[in-house]
Design a protein. Sequence first.
Lengths: 119, 111
Amino acid sequence: GAVVSQHPSRVICKSGTSVKIECRSLDFQATTMFWYRQFPKKSLMLMATSNEGSKATYEQGVEKDKFLINHASLTLSTLTVTSAHPEDSSFYICSASGLAGGPGSHEQYFGPGTRLTVT
Amino acid sequence: RKEVEQDPGPFNVPEGATVAFNCTYSNSASQSFFWYRQDCRKEPKLLMSVYSSGNEDGRFTAQLNRASQYISLLIRDSKLSDSATYLCAVIPYSSASKIIFGSGTRLSIRP
């Protein structure tokens, strides 16, 4: 149980284009989804917290107009990197938190990540 | 001061050795604590939650020291497959679900 998928796993795009990444909880309802970014040999940096049906909460320094997050259902959240630039190249990972770990559980289950390369 | 701090390592130990990592957290009201394992270019995977009474899962033992505000992970009889980066994670009291991760400790087990 507690499986989270991400799509695509890898994407290469040209500078200036937009890229959408999907995060799905496959076997549980995710009341909250999180989006992280990880640069090589660095830690996970939380970008935003997404609750189903409401606006995402962005961390300090993360541009909400550049990283659009939509959490339309209890099993799907999307991250769109708009007008991507080479410095946006990174490993983007989502995680989901919900009832998978039991009521009140705060355990997060991670998707396999999306490696974005902007040329 | 960072909210969650770890020694980045790398720790390089022989197979069969016992190795321990610590992780300190700054918010004394933090509620939940976890250890995750991350392999190179992969997503983190939950290794174990850390309970106040401490907990053990096979060769892995996690401890919480609230007075000194740190959690620890002990790996006994280390295997080559234990080589990975170990991330500690903390849920601060101020947030019901946001997890703050440490920067990770790299462990390398040599034959």
